[in-house]
Design a protein around this ligand. Sequence first.
Ligand code: P6P
Length: 329
Amino acid sequence: MQNRIATPVGITLDRFIKKKQNDFAFATGELSQLLRDIALAGKIIHREVNRAGLLNIGGAYGTENIQGEEQQKLDVIANIRFIRALRNGGEVCAIVSEEDDEILDMKNPDGRYIVAMDPLDGSSNIDVNVSIGTIFSIFRRTSPVGGPVSEEDVLQKGSEQVAAGYLLYGSSTMMVYTTGRGVNGFTYDPSLGEFFLSHSNIRIPEDGKIYSINEGGYEGFEPHVVKYIENCKKQRFTARYIGSLVADFHRNLLKGGIYIYPSTDKTPNGKLRLNYECNALAMICEQAGGMATDGKMRILDIQPESLHQRVPFYVGSTCMVEEVMKGLS
Ligand code: P6P
């Protein structure tokens, strides 16, 4: 009897990238190769994450990153793997990583792209087997190819991204990305070593009933955030907070909802980083029909001033983001 649950397998990520490249006027294939390099690193991290408990590569590495956050062993492993894949791919001239204080020169002077990444976001969840993710933004370098990478190369507004995406290491591993022409999701089949198109042209519902915020910070929230949360409770909305940004974002992207990491009395600029967390998710959310702000302005319009700059982050269904911002007017 035919298995009615099995859905037809979509095309592979490689074929999809190639097809979309053909749609791009003057596409040279460099961005296509860069996306493949990221997918390769994602396959490697998938393998490491799924074996963490067996290889004693869970837990703390014993060092801190520039944020003063305790690095997990897999943080360091993921950072090394992505840097190696992108350096060897040859398309990237520099990387900004959550795990490194300074700009990383890839020694690819002919590389035309910059990557900003959080190689393993939510890594403290590894030891309790909760989903984690990789977040990446891709920019074209603005300085002359062949010359030194400039600070302007790596401090571009999110609106200048040529591509953005994330990998979600969850009940299945997915790669979700956009090149500015909609959002598509690919599910990894480890038995074949391939990502397959599983979520074509993702659109976020215009409104939703799921709100994601760490209410432990309630006493330090600004009045408009308190008001919004109270309103969610009055409407009997669903509170869902995994404590892993990519997992919370992905659920809200598919089902509708809002993720908020606001300014608090203890974290006036919030916690999340503009360059390698908020910009990528903001581009994806907007490309899927949603909205992303820092409470006052569009995330993608913010001019970064430093590599590890934090911003308050409101992202998700347009009606929900607009509603919480009403409290500011
Ligand atoms: P809090 C993980 O450290 C992270 O960067 C995001 O993945 C997550 O949404 C957030 O921080 C959780 O922060 O303060 O609620 O524990």
